[in-house]
Design a protein around this ligand. Structure first.
Ligand SMILES: Nc1ncnc2c1ncn2[C@@H]1O[C@H](COP(=O)(O)OP(=O)(O)OP(=O)(O)O)[C@@H](O)[C@H]1O
Length: 217
């Protein structure tokens, strides 16, 4: 198996506060990994480094040459009056005048994320699960092959959680997408993720999700 990501001696400090020190791990292409750890362990900080929003204090990470990273944040509390439709929201990063190729991609992604029938629903009126799928669809439109989701299921009801997770499993399977999924929900991670990274006390451990035994929070 080839490696999509290799993390080497990665350390992060905010002023004098050391968040993690000398992390070393790699993720294989097409793997499904849950990033777990107690509150404040540094999961979001690690993700922000991986998507280029923050620079590490020391160390580095390498993505394979063909890797394109997509990022799905936890959906925000969008104002109920927010005027954009789900479709317009997904298209936000596309040119105003869209080529046929882009239009076809949007339609395909609307279908894949089960939002086709909701394309004209306003984001402000959409349910939490629909909003979260719209964020996922927006990230997918950029055609990533490595997707990072930060607490994407945190405020969803059980049905919406399952729907999002089966969608992520489908995308992983169909598109050989590498998935890194930050979560506190261990039972959900055990059902859908194959591997784990556990960030705690400034260090990281890695293993098969079925063997994950830590109890945190
Ligand atoms: N920009 C920043 N400046 C200073 N400190 C920060 C900054 N971002 C995060 N921190 C601190 O770094 C630590 C790790 O935060 P982070 O959000 O990465 O943890 P987390 O594991 O994602 O937590 P949670 O599970 O609660 O989301 C916390 O103590 C936080 O206060």
């Amino acid at each position: 198996m080839s490696k999509a990501l290799q993390v080497v001696d990665l350390s992060m400090k905010f002023d004098d506060q050391e968040i993690f020190k000398k992390l070393n791990f790699s993720l294989e292409t097409g793997s499904m990994t849950a990033l777990l750890g107690p509150n404040g362990a540094g999961k979001t900080t690690l993700v922000r480094i991986l998507i280029g929003m923050l620079s590490p204090s020391h160390g580095y990470f390498e993505l394979a040459d063909d890797v394109k990273v997509g990022y799905v944040p936890q959906f925000r509390n969008i104002d109920p009056d927010y005027p954009l439709s789900i479709k317009s929201f997904i298209e936000l990063n596309t040119p105003f005048w869209k080529s046929k190729k882009v239009k076809d991609q949007v339609n395909h992604i609307l279908q894949e994320t089960h939002l086709k029938g909701l394309a004209d629903t306003r984001m402000g009126e959409a349910s939490g699960g629909q909003k979260q799928r719209a964020y996922l669809a927006q990230a997918l439109l950029d055609q990533p092959n490595f997707i990072i989701l930060d607490e994407a299921t945190a405020s969803l009801d059980p049905k919406a959680k399952e729907e999002l997770m089966s969608l992520i499993a489908h995308i992983n399977h169909e598109h050989k997408m590498t998935v890194l999924f930050v979560t506190h929900d261990i039972p959900l991670a055990k059902r859908y993720m194959k591997d784990y990274l556990y960030l705690s006390d400034g260090t990281v451990s890695q293993g098969k999700m079925e063997d994950f035994k830590e109890n945190f929070n």
